[in-house]
Design a protein around this ligand. Structure first.
Ligand SMILES: Nc1ncnc2c1ncn2[C@@H]1O[C@H](COP(=O)(O)OP(=O)(O)OP(=O)(O)O)[C@@H](O)[C@H]1O
Ligand SMILES: [Mg+2]
Length: 205
């Protein structure tokens, strides 16, 4: 039986996910909540190995379906061996990216059929879903300019601007499809502006 809450944070590169995750963690801890921080792809030993395969430039080209299935393989490991056990113990779990990323990157970005993604989703997730998803929305050019100084790009970050534009649009479409779960946060302004909006929606949980 699930007792804790499951929160995911999603959005394009440079939206501010990793920046805001630290705030969210502190905010929840201050309320006396135990928080487990994790990320996708990854979060488990097997998942981190799959992450390496997915993101390393040395992997080279990969069929889009293979990429999708590897994402869900890592996700299965994550749910079964990390997320569910923590939630059952009463901890809250906060994940940097989750299934909405698959719809945005492999669906919107790579153009895979949404029905194929949802088949894998029901296979791996059954009726498991985040209690809340914070979708940090930022124009792609702003997000990219924030991460540029980070140096070497990974295999997926090597994609062109129009790829990330499609990713962003797919995220926005998901937030319209699931307005109760996915909270669209304007992350184009200051870090503090984003943080304030996040605190407001977290208070509704
Ligand atoms: N609202 C903001 N305004 C200006 N800079 C920001 C804002 N949010 C984050 N940043 C800065 O932008 C950079 C990228 O942010 P961050 O790493 O949190 O993005 P991310 O969404 O985790 O990206 P990725 O998907 O690549 O992991 C960091 O240097 C961070 O300090
Ligand atoms: Mg990050």
């Amino acid at each position: 039986m699930k007792k804790g809450k499951f929160i995911t944070i999603d959005g394009v590169e440079g939206a501010g996910k990793s920046t805001q995750i630290d705030f969210i963690c502190e905010y929840l801890k201050a309320k006396g909540i135990q928080v487990v921080l994790t990320r996708e792809p990854g979060g488990t030993k097997v998942g981190e190995k799959i992450r390496e395969l997915l993101l390393s430039n040395s992997t080279g080209d990969m069929h889009a379906d293979t990429e999708l299935m590897l994402m869900f393989a890592a996700r299965n490991e994550h749910i079964q061996n990390k997320i569910m056990p923590a939630l059952e113990q009463g901890d809250w779990v906060l994940s940097d990216r989750f299934t909405d990323s698959s719809y945005a990157y492999q669906g919107g970005g790579r153009g895979l059929d949404i029905n194929r993604i949802s088949q894998l989703e029901s296979w791996v997730m059954q009726d498991f879903t985040p209690d809340m998803t914070l979708l940090l929305d930022v124009p792609v050019e702003i997000g990219m300019s924030r991460v540029e100084s980070r140096g070497k790009k990974d295999r997926i970050e090597m994609e062109k601007m129009d790829f990330f534009d499609r990713v962003r649009q797919a995220y926005i479409a998901r937030s319209k499809e699931f307005p109760d779960r996915i909270k669209l946060i304007d992350s184009s302004k200051t870090i503090e502006h984003t943080t304030e909006q996040i605190a407001t929606v977290l208070d509704t949980l």
